[in-house]
Design a protein around this ligand. Structure first.
Ligand SMILES: NC(=O)c1ccc[n+]([C@@H]2O[C@H](COP(=O)([O-])OP(=O)(O)OC[C@H]3O[C@@H](n4cnc5c(N)ncnc54)[C@H](OP(=O)(O)O)[C@@H]3O)[C@@H](O)[C@H]2O)c1
Length: 271
């Protein structure tokens, strides 16, 4: 845990804030003058990000390293926030991991960790922090889903299913909290240039564009926002026009590991 000497009251909590989309969102929120609490597993990277944001924006930035795929981690974070007298005005559930592999490869523990991080921790943190926001009639929850949330994806089965959970959960909570003064929204990026999605830049958007979409989504009232027009079109076609079994089969052909390479089994895994 790392803290600076300023006393903090209200702050935005960003999970997975030391890289990629989370770092870009943290930068945008700090640019609005918000104090921040950053989380992730790598304490050094969190401290470096916190120092950079303090230097650039002059806001108070605390960091709390933890592995959100571990049981009890969301409660530990919320207890620590209470100890630090932090009132959370924005919660950004951004931390996530991907696993690209046929389910028949096994990887059961990685599948479990992915679901715990991408789905369970998002729901648990929302449930832990929402009551206070509703009681105050003020606050926002942004859950980062994915265009993969809108249709099944072969070889990304657990990832896409975990994001479908995030999207459905967030839309339902949006409906429950209408009129409470609390903004709840799922933001779905498509392919974005981050450490989770390395390789050719072509067709990918920047983490900063996703962060801009998050900022504008906070001002709107819809339950779900897709980053980028082409991504929105894609979610409409694959998520609304075509039946799920068709998109599952299309994705199986598009994402099938090449028979030639060692890619045949597990091509990329990150939990
Ligand atoms: N990049 C894309 O193409 C894309 C597309 C759609 C949706 N998304 C979503 O966008 C979000 C951010 O991903 P990104 O692309 O920006 O990738 P990223 O740079 O790898 O960011 C993921 C962040 O999550 C943190 N994290 C990973 N596992 C964790 C764990 N077990 N406990 C706590 N924190 C953990 C990582 O920090 P540590 O390693 O320090 O823990 C990292 O800062 C994810 O939810 C992802 O699913 C990304």
């Amino acid at each position: 845990m790392e803290k600076n000497t300023h006393s903090t009251r209200r702050a935005a909590v960003v999970t997975g804030a030391a890289s990629g989309i989370g770092a870009a969102i943290a930068d945008r929120l700090a640019g609005q003058g918000r104090n921040l609490v950053l989380t992730g597993r790598d304490a050094g990277r969190l401290q470096a990000t916190a120092a950079r944001l303090r230097g650039t924006h002059g806001v108070t930035v605390l960091s709390f390293p933890l592995d959100l795929s571990q049981a009890g981690a969301p409660s530990r974070l919320v207890q620590w926030l209470a100890q630090e007298a932090v009132e959370v005005d924005v919660l950004v559930n951004n931390a996530g991991a991907s696993l690209r592999a046929p389910v028949a490869d096994g990887n059961a523990s990685q599948v479990r960790a992915l679901v715990d991080l991408n789905a369970s921790a998002v729901a648990e943190l929302t449930a832990l922090l929402l009551p206070e926001m509703v009681a105050r009639r003020d606050g926002a929850v942004v859950n980062i889903a994915s265009t993969g949330a809108y249709a099944p994806a072969a070889y990304l089965a657990a990832y896409a299913a975990s994001k479908a959970f995030v999207l459905s959960f967030t839309q339902a909570v949006w409906a429950e909290t209408r009129g409470t003064g609390v903004r709840v929204v799922a933001v779905s990026p498509g392919p974005t240039r981050t450490p989770m999605n390395p390789g050719p830049r072509r067709g990918k958007r920047s983490p900063e564009s996703v962060a801009d979409t998050v900022v504008s989504a906070l001002r709107r009232s819809s339950p779900a926002v897709v980053d980028g027009r082409m991504n929105a079109l894609q979610t409409f076609v694959f998520g609304r026009l075509l039946p799920a079994w068709t998109t599952a089969r299309i994705s199986e052909r598009a994402l099938r590991p090449s028979a030639a390479g060692g890619d045949r089994r597990r091509s990329a895994a990150r939990t």
